[in-house]
Design a protein around this ligand. Structure first.
Ligand code: SF4
Ligand code: F3S
Length: 112
């Protein structure tokens, strides 16, 4: 198994998760992060750190598309290990539904 980043990360991108991951397996897109499932050691430390509750174990039902998305984009986006500044409207964006359809960007972030 692995943990995966899901819908509510998009445009929230708080980045508290990167500070606690012992194996630095987060990768940065323009407006969300993903986990590399091949590097994640399933420690679970990041899950409670995310203010958007966007990190889930892939053992939960219905997360196949997120596992695919995390796998695909962690191979394309740069690694991130240092917390940056969240978007100014992150709190307003938390809880908005269907962000994948509305706001997902395949563009890479800057990494750190
Ligand atoms: Fe990193 Fe652990 Fe979260 Fe996996 S579960 S992404 S290893 S902090
Ligand atoms: Fe995203 Fe939560 Fe990390 S919003 S960037 S998964 S702390």
């Amino acid at each position: 198994m692995t943990y995966v980043v899901t819908d509510n990360c998009i445009r929230c991108k708080y980045m508290d998760c990167v500070e606690v991951c012992p194996v630095d397996c987060f990768y940065e897109g323009e407006n969300m992060l993903v986990i590399n499932p091949n590097e994640c050691i399933d420690c679970g430390v990041c899950e409670p750190e995310c203010p958007a509750e966007a990190i889930l174990p892939d053992t939960e039902n219905g997360l196949e598309k997120w596992l695919e998305l995390n796998t695909k984009f962690s191979a394309e986006w740069p690694n991130i290990t240092v917390k940056g500044e969240a978007p100014a409207d992150a709190d307003e964006m938390s809880g908005v539904e269907n962000k994948l359809e509305k706001f997902f960007s395949p563009e890479p972030g800057e990494g750190s």
